[in-house]
Design a protein around this ligand. Sequence first.
Ligand SMILES: Nc1ncnc2c1ncn2[C@@H]1O[C@H](COP(=O)(O)OP(=O)(O)OP(=O)(O)O)[C@@H](O)[C@H]1O
Ligand SMILES: [Mg+2]
Length: 351
Amino acid sequence: MSSAQTAPKLIGESNCFLEVLERVSQITQLNRPVLVVGERGTGKELIAERLHYLSERWDKSLLKMNCAALNQELLESELFGHESGAFTGASKLHKGRFERADGGTLFLDEVGTMSMRTQEKLLRFIEYGEYERLGGGATLTADVRLVAATNVDLPELADKGKFRHDLLDRLAFDVVTLPPLRARKEDLLLLAEHFALNMAKELGLALFTGFDKQAVDQLLTHTWPGNIRELKNAVERSVCRWGSDPEPIGELQIDPFESPYRLNEKAKVTSQKTASLAAEEPQAQTSSLALQLPINFKEEVENFEQELINRALKEGRFNQRKAAELLGLSYHQLRGNLKKYSLLKESEADT
Ligand SMILES: Nc1ncnc2c1ncn2[C@@H]1O[C@H](COP(=O)(O)OP(=O)(O)OP(=O)(O)O)[C@@H](O)[C@H]1O
Ligand SMILES: [Mg+2]
């Protein structure tokens, strides 16, 4: 994107998202710091790029630094630079990002992870535009617009004494808060189609066949904790797996780890359960095993089976093939059980 030197194209028509874009447009020309906050994957970096490319600094550098990627010393050296011999391994003079971004914008990602000492240096830069290279005596100045981003609650961090209140006040001259995807339901299909079309193009597919009702339901019911990044990956993965099938995409691969052999808590609980049954040690992992004896064994086993089937149907969004997979059963075995428990009506969505 930076090579094209244009503001990134941001997809979205929901009111809350349009308000964000409006706000960004209002503050592009201000030379004050901006804090972009939002859950992971909500588009903070794209907003930072937009702030830069819509500003009068657009033809100068936009540099980015993830504050969580380096320890305190290396981060300071990357931000402020160092003189040769400033520390072991510092053989040459190194210009920092502030120096190299002079006239442009510096994006500081995950700013909440910065140490208190680095925060102090950053505050000084914001207040006076001054800094020193590590190991250097000369005070340098730079004209850099700061855009910081975080997915943590910085005021709370400041209250806990882990972030400087005075720095927060300065960084938060303007705060742009990005809505999570679940609050932008109107944009979901728009975004999904955009990512699917791009993926189809990348794969050289003749056309994108669209999503069928079940896939659309999946898109709309999933809560997308990883927001747009998660949606993008899920859609691209699904288009890729669906391949050149001429039917619309019938199922989204939301969770790439989904497998009947998945090594997860569920699997551990099941194996613990088996082990504990063998050892005759009662475990309170599931409601059935927490039962007090005596019981009606047959009835309880049937209840447990129905509980598992209902859960798998729900997790598989009433797709019987998926539910069978989740239970480690064949499709026909599951159908047999559904008939046995008269559960067929609730799961007719499957083909
Ligand atoms: N409105 C949008 N339109 C199109 N693509 C978007 C939009 N918002 C985000 N994306 C895409 O979603 C992905 C995540 O965006 P981005 O990296 O900006 O999020 P982030 O908030 O910085 O995430 P993190 O907190 O994990 O660093 C990127 O691939 C980006 O291109
Ligand atoms: Mg980011």
